[in-house]
Design a protein around this ligand. Structure first.
Ligand code: CP
Ligand code: NVA
Length: 319
């Protein structure tokens, strides 16, 4: 996808659509996003203008902290010729009791798209149901589709294809792993998730991923054994053991996850050219050692950079 017509075609196909879950898209859609993201990345590196969203505004509602999501969306909108507004929910009337539905209706009268990071996934769905403009999920307790799109883009850039790859996710059955298994299933990539007992990926998500995998041939497995998951893996992925909103459980979680650290011993089971991935922010020496995070197989900062390009592709396509 290297010409403006391709951008136009992509836009007309998905314009107006929400970006709430990876599973709302087909493999073809995700590949289109990835190709467009690579195209936009090249344009930005070459200093070529790509102001496809001239005069457009993105409202960004945050109910949780963020570094990458906030800065990449704001910068992305600027590079596309538009603008973004950072809205902390505690400073909005939303924090004073105005309903989610009314907030969505009002913002729809001012801006061209809404990005929201919140707790329950049903809140994002309520915004989408009441907004007349596209809504993007910037992370919920259940899903992190923007991150997974950037991750798939990074894997594609590094490996050239998804065929025959195995991704091992070691850690919590949280928003990241739940979105990753669907992303892997859609792309036809095997996904082995190793979680402590009591911290599994929701069975409904496993069932959905397995259902998708019947079409793509991906193998979706949940285990309690990190070594089994990591064996011959092409990618090892981890995330924090205590996600935002679960801080009260931190002490209990530290004990429950003690055998699940990604360290130099665990990575011995993977292929020599494996990629180490983490959505960041990382808790160094907790879920991953610095030796692995800063090691030669780590692509964590490429993933972080690709948030910018992947989200620009989403914005150009749906807004
Ligand atoms: N990975 C990610 O979403 O990072 P932030 O929490 O910094 O946005
Ligand atoms: N699972 C983490 C991801 C942060 C980007 C959280 O929800 O806090």
């Amino acid at each position: 996808m290297s010409n403006p017509m391709a951008v136009h075609n992509m836009k007309s196909k998905l314009q107006g659509k929400d970006f709430l879950r990876v599973g709302d898209f087909t493999k073809e859609d995700l590949m289109d996003f990835i190709h467009l993201a690579i195209n936009l990345k090249n344009k930005q590196k070459m200093g070529e203008p790509h102001r496809y969203l001239e005069g457009k505004t993105l409202a960004m509602i945050f109910e949780k902290s963020s570094t990458r999501t906030r800065v990449s969306f704001e910068t992305g909108m600027y590079q596309l010729g538009g603008t973004a507004q950072f809205l902390s929910s505690s400073d909005m009337q939303l924090g004073n009791g105005e309903t989610v539905a009314d907030t969505a209706r009002v913002l729809s009268r001012y801006v061209d798209a809404i990005m929201i990071r919140t707790f329950g996934h049903e809140i994002v769905e309520e915004v989408a149901d009441n907004a007349s403009i596209p809504v993007i999920n910037g992370l919920t307790d259940d899903a992190h589709p923007c991150q997974v799109l950037a991750d798939l883009m990074t894997i594609y850039e590094e490996k050239g294809s998804f065929d025959g790859l195995k991704l091992a996710y070691v850690g919590d059955g949280n928003n990241m792993s739940q979105s990753l298994i669907i992303g892997c299933a859609l792309m036809g990539m095997d996904c082995h998730v190793a979680v402590p007992k009591g911290y599994e990926v929701k069975q409904t998500m496993i069932d959905q991923a397995k259902q998708v995998a019947t079409q793509t041939g991906a193998e979706i497995i949940q285990t309690h054994d990190p070594k089994e998951a990591v064996k011959d893996a092409d990618i090892i992925y981890t995330d924090v053991w205590t996600s935002m909103g679960f801080e009260a459980e931190q002490e209990v979680r530290m004990k429950a996850f003690s055998g699940f650290q990604v360290n130099e011993e665990l990575i011995k089971g993977a292929k020599d050219d494996f990629l180490f991935m983490h959505c960041l922010p990382a808790k160094r020496e907790v879920e991953v050692t610095s030796a692995v995070l800063d090691g030669e197989n780590s692509v964590v900062f490429d993933q972080a950079e690709n948030r910018l390009h992947a989200q620009k592709a989403v914005l150009v396509s749906i807004v």
